[in-house]
Design a protein around this ligand. Structure first.
Ligand SMILES: [Zn+2]
Ligand SMILES: [Zn+2]
Length: 235
């Protein structure tokens, strides 16, 4: 193989997004150790006309594994908290807040008082006092045990009230793939909240993201670097 052939092979791998990790093997049909410049995966590929760009499969797989493992941890946490609620004779007034240590609106099943309790510090109701102010309004009707799925029986405003509105937090400065956190806000509360109340709720959640990152990962993050979007998960 001539020098021109080697230059052609080098151009070809560069165009496909790779970087060579060893000297050119001499022929385009011989495998050449290279790494993807984007995801770093190392492969032995032939620098011939069939060379394809990396699919970043390893990175994608690692990302999916990380997401799945976080989801399993979160599901386990919610199961533990749900058991704790029932042992304290409480019920949730909104979906689990999504972050450990955050406040959760719960209600005493016995006397109906509403409390804004830290989700990791649930206490039984003393059945005295007026509860905490600002609880989300319960829906007009009690929740029927089994809801029929027929549209004519559904109550769209009721469904919407309890629907969690996802908030996607991105922490700039953390590695991509592990810089995303999700929280949720009850849509019924959000719809009724003032702009100020919404801002305060988001600020509270942002502070908890910063605290969570500091505690779990030992990284101090400037809150200004924690941005959010609501609704659809951003790509
Ligand atoms: Zn790649
Ligand atoms: Zn009570």
């Amino acid at each position: 193989m001539s020098k021109a052939g080697e230059a052609l092979a080098a151009d070809r791998i560069a165009a496909a997004g790779y970087r060579a990790l060893e000297p050119f093997p001499g022929k385009v049909n011989q495998r050449w150790l290279m790494e993807c410049t984007e995801c770093g995966e190392q492969q032995r590929l032939r620098p011939d006309t069939k060379l394809k760009p990396c699919q970043h499969k390893k990175r994608e797989q690692q990302h999916q594994e990380a997401v799945a493992s976080e989801q399993r941890l979160y599901d386990a946490l919610v199961a533990v908290r749900t058991r704790a609620l029932s042992t304290k004779n409480l019920r949730a007034l909104e979906p689990h807040p999504g972050i450990e240590g955050t406040l959760w609106w719960v209600e005493c099943k016995h006397c109906g008082r509403k409390w804004h309790m830290k989700e990791d510090h649930l206490r039984a109701c003393p059945h005295k006092g007026s509860g905490d102010a600002g609880a989300p309004l319960p829906p007009a009707k009690p929740v029927p045990k089994k809801r029929t799925r027929k549209p004519k029986d559904g109550d769209p405003s009721f469904e919407r009230f309890w629907e969690p509105l996802p908030v996607w937090w991105t922490v700039r400065g953390l590695p991509e793939g592990s810089n995303r956190y999700e929280t949720a806000i009850m849509r019924g509360w959000w719809d009724k909240a003032t702009a100020r109340e919404r801002e305060d709720r988001l600020a509270e959640q942002r502070d908890h993201i910063v605290a969570t990152v500091a505690k779990a990962r030992g990284v101090v993050v400037d809150p200004a670097k924690v941005t959010y979007t609501m609704g659809e998960e951003p790509r």
